[in-house]
Ligand binder design. Structure first.
Ligand SMILES: CC(C)(COP(=O)(O)OP(=O)(O)OC[C@H]1O[C@@H](n2cnc3c(N)ncnc32)[C@H](O)[C@@H]1OP(=O)(O)O)[C@@H](O)C(=O)NCCC(=O)NCCS
Length: 462
């Protein structure tokens, strides 16, 4: 049985009617139930433990990009150097077993992952479908954003276009409008949630429009289907709707890549900018520009570029020794081996393993020369990187394979790959923005020191 709810704010004054399964709670209602407990937990931490020391600050933390410094709250996931990511305590295999998939599909979908990240609960099938429908109903881009994106040069990097589009969507921010009229601090989260849902809903149409403009000469996209999940619509809008395997792959990739705790550059940027009470669109567009760096989100395009160059140079029947020699050539030329190493992880990334398992379950992927090369490189690279002796983590990260699978499926425009990452990472970064508002987290303002000031501190401590 369905009933209808009308959202309080909708873009440009239009009323968005959302159909609702009577027996299910909405995401907002579920969150409303969870928030008081978390608020209480924070209150207690503040009142009982504000002065408790949990670690030291070393000089290496300050000059080493704050590695390892525990200095921010992030509710949805925690990254263990050896185990990898856990979302509210659940590993990727746990999530694969428990989170609802799309009708007829097997892989986790963005909606069920987002529900878990935001509430800490596993959504039911009906709750997941309801959220899919809500997002599909909100998914159309406003005309002014379509015009803006269509006016950009196709030679502009797709990530730059995505950042511009997301920032422009703040024209419709309900948080910003409500803030201007004066709202209670305790209500900030409700408006933030509404913006976050609208932003997630619109990302597929925005990202797909960029894809079509840059690579398909602006070909028209089909309408958003109310019966498809977010990623199902995304692949359809890009023009790959008929490819069920690619859609399933993207569902998995976008879900498990959606959050990687808070200290990585894009997540931290979203949190920092959000802490100024900038609306979610502005905060997430800033995050996207951090994601666009080659040491972060751009790595998946770099992996593919590197792999294809290796394939071209080495030809067919590539041996382990050939790969070893190529790895050394890369390292000796002063470059990093893309897809290997990590700021926190010290073992193979479980996201890499999940994507490899996806490949292992499909004979046509196993037969792909590109996927075979990923596997062979995995068998050789950790040894070479260990012998090289620089990186703290010689094991692969998720990007060692993510782009190569897309390439196999015919999505060969690798400059676009970081955009897909950008669609994915919104799940975690926007979750934290809602929690930052619900918990009333303050403006972020760490203390910096000059080298002279640091020396003074060292002298005083000695
Ligand atoms: C991810 C990454 C940026 C982490 O950087 P980090 O936290 O500084 O890593 P480390 O502490 O292990 O770095 C120590 C040294 O090893 C080097 N190193 C790290 N990963 C390396 C790799 N894959 N190949 C070669 N050298 C590497 C670093 O450049 C650094 O060298 P330096 O002392 O000359 O500056 C780094 O591993 C890297 O550049 N990887 C390749 C790009 C990539 O895959 N990015 C995606 C991340 S999800």
């Amino acid at each position: 049985m369905l009933r209808s709810t009308v959202s309080r704010f909708a873009s440009r004054g239009t009323r968005v009617v959302t159909q609702r399964f009577a027996s299910t709670k909405t995401l907002k209602e579920t969150l409303q139930e969870v928030i008081p407990g978390k608020q209480e937990q924070l209150k207690q931490l503040k009142s009982e433990h504000s002065q408790t020391v949990i670690g030291d600050v070393k000089v290496e933390n300050i000059i080493g990009g704050m590695r390892g410094l525990k200095s921010m709250l992030w509710e949805s996931s925690v990254l263990d150097p050896n185990e990898g990511i856990r979302f509210h305590g659940l590993s990727i295999p746990d999530c694969q077993k428990q989170l609802p998939a799309a009708p007829g599909g097997k892989e986790i979908i963005a909606e069920s992952m987002f529900w878990l990240l935001l509430t800490g609960n596993i959504p039911t099938e009906a709750e997941t479908r309801q959220l899919s429908r809500e997002l599909a109903e909100k998914g159309d881009l406003p005309t002014y954003v379509e015009k803006l994106i269509d006016g950009l040069s196709p030679s502009m990097h797709p990530m730059t276009q995505l950042g511009i589009g997301v920032a422009a969507l703040n024209h419709d921010s309900v948080f910003q409008k409500a803030y201007e009229t004066g709202i209670k601090k305790s209500d900030y989260w409700t408006y933030t949630l509404e913006d976050c849902l609208t932003l997630i809903a619109r990302l597929p149409a925005l990202a797909a429009r960029i894809y079509r403009n840059v690579y398909k000469y602006g070909a028209a996209a089909p309408p958003i289907s109310k019966d498809l999940d977010l990623v199902g619509n995304y692949t359809a809008l890009m023009g790959y709707g008929a490819d069920k395997d690619l859609t399933e792959y993207l569902r998995l990739y976008i879900s498990i890549h959606g959050d990687h705790e808070g200290g990585n550059a894009s997540a931290h940027t979203a949190h920092l900018v959000g802490s100024t009470l900038a609306d979610p669109y502005l905060a997430y567009s800033a995050a996207l520009f951090a994601l666009a760096g080659p040491l972060h989100g751009l790595a998946n395009q770099e992996v593919l570029r590197w792999q294809l160059a290796m394939q071209k140079e080495l030809g067919d029947n590539i041996t382990h020794q050939d790969i070893k020699d190529y790895l050394w050539k890369t390292l000796k030329s002063g470059q990093v081996v893309p897809g290997y190493g990590h700021g926190v992880l010290r073992k193979s990334d479980p996201r890499f393993i999940a994507l490899q398992e996806f490949c292992d379950s499909r004979p046509e992927l196993l037969a792909s020369p590109t996927i075979q090369l990923v596997k062979k490189t995995y068998e050789v690279a950790p040894g070479v990187l260990t012998e090289h002796g620089k990186t703290k983590n010689p094991w692969p990260n998720v990007d060692a394979t993510s782009g190569c699978v897309l390439y196999h499926y015919g999505l060969t425009e690798f400059k676009y790959y970081t955009v897909i990452f950008g669609v994915s990472r919104a799940l975690g970064a926007l979750t934290q923005l809602v929690w930052a508002r619900a918990l009333g987290l303050p403006l972020e303002r760490p203390k910096s020191v000059s080298m002279d000031a640091l020396q003074d501190l060292i002298n005083k401590g000695a």
